[in-house]
Design a protein around this ligand. Structure first.
Ligand SMILES: Nc1ncnc2c1ncn2[C@@H]1O[C@H](COP(=O)(O)OP(=O)(O)OP(=O)(O)O)[C@@H](O)[C@H]1O
Ligand SMILES: [Mg+2]
Length: 459
């Protein structure tokens, strides 16, 4: 038997043994005395009631009392000769089917009763294994006997106690059997849970199927939920780890490229190979490095920054941002349209500076990368949210479109044209929007790229 089974069977067996031992002791020592006390109480009650009655009432009450209290009542006028008197009483008892081995009213008793005293006697009937409990009273010069035959309880108790021992033995066997069955039913699913927990500790996120309809099933459910969550967290951690590795490799690469260019051009300068452009190239590369470092700092700041939320008008902020690019758009001859289908003012609660960064990045990207000299911006209502979209012509591979949110990812075409930056702008946008719990995304179709954000309105 398993540990739980042993513990359970020992404790239940001890409880049963204690209860039966207690019953045995009770039967042996307490019950006989209690039985006698109760019987005496009955007789006492009858004699007291009879004592208060007149003769007529008494004669009528005798059969009723005999029936109700299972007592025998006989009465006899006093006689000169004590032997005759006892004989007469015996005869009357005999007529009431009470045959006694030992019964004798002594002259002293008789005298006491004649003087109005109540006398109680207990006659042991020897081999009959019973006693005759009597109470004598005097009623209108008649000697009244109220008697009750009581079994020797000790013998009955002995029989009951022997039976108890058998019951105890059978009970213990049944308990062991039941406990074995019960613990098997309990420990089998527990074993399963143990196995799954061990698997989980080895980072194998398994699930367990337990149908016991009790707390064990609830525990299994919790373990399954835990397993799912741990699996998710583990996968997230692995992806983050992977992302970090790529990120570090990318930084390395992004820094190395301009540095090696600087190195080559500086060497060229030293060797007197300068055709008048070397210094400009070195300056451009150093400015690239400082831009990259600034972007990196911005990115890491956004990841850690504590956002300060305030209530402001979204469209007002957007117009402010857009107005800064008026001149650049004019210069590049880019046509910008803004359509606003939202009724009333749009109030939001967010970090205003960070939202400004989002708009700046999206607008500057659209200006930088548009291939049709057009940018279409719109605000519209979508359920209880405000949908913002910004679209421009872009001849790119739509399949890898989701990658543009990754740090340092720049589309080959824009890199080739030397117009792309460090590739951190959209990673910053993503981080800000995620931390504001907003739904956003990018779509590409028919030579157009479209970024969208669902803003939450506040009253
Ligand atoms: N509106 C757009 N149209 C076409 N391509 C875009 C657009 N926005 C982003 N991209 C592509 O996604 C890449 C990543 O954009 P992101 O803003 O993250 O970086 P970046 O503009 O290259 O550099 P940074 O913003 O850090 O100066 C860009 O290099 C570009 O190839
Ligand atoms: Mg950008």
């Amino acid at each position: 038997m398993n540990k739980l089974g042993k513990k359970l069977s020992i404790s239940i067996s001890i409880a049963v043994i204690c209860i039966i031992t207690f019953s045995v002791l009770l039967n042996k020592y307490f019950l006989p005395k209690y039985y006698l006390y109760k019987m005496k109480g009955n007789i006492e009650h009858v004699t007291e009631a009879l004592g208060k009655m007149d003769k007529k009432e008494f004669l009528n009450a005798v059969p009723e009392f005999e029936r109700k209290y299972h007592v025998t009542i006989v009465y006899e006028g006093t006689k000169e000769d004590i032997n005759d008197f006892n004989e007469a009483l015996r005869e009357k008892l005999y007529r009431k089917q009470v045959t006694l081995n030992k019964f004798w009213v002594t002259p002293e008793t008789l005298k006491k009763v004649e003087n109005g005293q109540k006398v109680n006697k207990l006659y042991d009937q020897g081999k009959l294994k019973s006693s005759f409990l009597t109470s004598y009273i005097n009623k209108d010069h008649m000697f009244v006997l109220v008697g009750l035959s009581i079994a020797h309880f000790n013998d009955a108790a002995k029989v009951i106690n022997t039976l108890y021992i058998y019951v105890l033995a059978i009970a213990v066997v049944i308990i062991l059997l039941l406990v074995w069955l019960l613990t098997k039913k309990m420990t089998d699913p527990l074993k399963k849970l143990k196995e799954v927990s061990e698997e989980i500790s080895r980072l194998k996120f398994k699930k367990v199927n337990v149908r016991t309809n009790d707390e064990i099933e609830e525990l299994a459910e919790s373990i399954n939920i835990m397993s799912d969550k741990l699996k998710q967290a583990h996968e997230d951690l692995l992806t983050k780890n992977e992302n970090l590795k790529t990120f570090m490799a990318d930084i390395n690469h992004e820094l190395k490229t301009p540095l090696s260019v600087i190195q080559i051009y500086a060497q060229g300068l030293k060797d007197g190979l300068d055709d008048g452009t070397y210094i400009d190239t070195i300056l451009k590369q150093t400015s690239n490095i400082s831009l990259l470092i600034e972007d990196l700092l911005n990115y890491s700041r956004i990841e850690k920054a504590v956002f300060t939320y305030e209530r402001f008008q979204l469209l007002e902020l957007f117009r402010e941002c857009l107005s800064k690019y008026d001149l650049e758009c004019k210069k590049k001859q880019i046509h910008v349209t803004v359509s606003n289908k939202v009724k009333g003012e749009v109030w939001v609660e967010a970090d205003k500076n960070k939202f400004e960064m989002v708009f700046n990045n999206l607008i500057s990207n659209a200006i930088k990368y548009t291939q049709n000299q057009k940018i279409d911006i719109s605000f519209s209502e979508s359920d209880d949210k405000v949908l913002f979209t910004i679209q421009n012509g872009a001849d790119i591979d739509g399949q890898k479109i989701e990658k543009i949110w990754e740090p340092f990812y720049v589309i080959e075409a824009s890199r080739n044209k030397n117009i792309s930056g460090t590739g951190l702008g959209l990673a910053i946008v993503k981080s800000i929007l995620e931390r504001h719990h907003l739904k956003f995304g990018v779509k590409h179709s028919e030579g157009n790229i479209l970024f969208y954000i669902y803003f939450n309105r506040v009253p």
